[in-house]
Design a protein around this ligand. Structure first.
Ligand SMILES: [Zn+2]
Length: 132
């Protein structure tokens, strides 16, 4: 099942699915309830079909002019600091070496800010735990 591989990874298309399913990007699929797994499965299918239709329409039978993982229609991917399209809270990020993973704290983690290792070490006790 595709949801078994869902995880937060900078190159993963699952980031949009996790936002649509309102699941934390750090949530392990082994820890999801049956309802959460079902929601993830339905949202993954919905997001993938929407993107398939969108990209097929744009290509119009040809090949795309250029490929990019960052598109304005994406909910949170590559949109650090911009408003979430669902709740308008600023999109957050977790930085890994040269990449980052984006999420909405209000939609996906109940307002809890996930630790960005580099910034958390720099800010130590000043690292905010929640969005508000
Ligand atoms: Zn949101």
């Amino acid at each position: 099942m595709a949801v078994a591989r869902a995880k937060c990874h900078p190159r993963s298309r699952f980031v949009s699915d996790l936002h649509a399913a309102q699941l934390s990007p750090l949530q392990r699929t082994a820890n999801l309830s049956d309802d959460e797994l079902l929601r993830l499965w339905h949202k993954t299918r919905e997001v993938l079909l929407r993107w398939r239709d969108r990209l097929q329409a744009e290509a119009a039978g040809g090949l795309p002019e250029h490929a990019t993982a960052f598109r304005p229609e994406m909910a949170v991917h590559g949109k650090f600091g911009q408003p979430c399209p669902v709740c308008a809270a600023p999109v957050q990020r977790i930085v890994y070496a040269d990449n980052e993973c984006n999420y909405c704290a209000r939609c996906q983690t109940g307002g809890r800010l996930l630790s960005d290792r580099a910034l958390a070490q720099l800010l130590k006790d000043s690292w905010p735990k929640y969005l508000d």
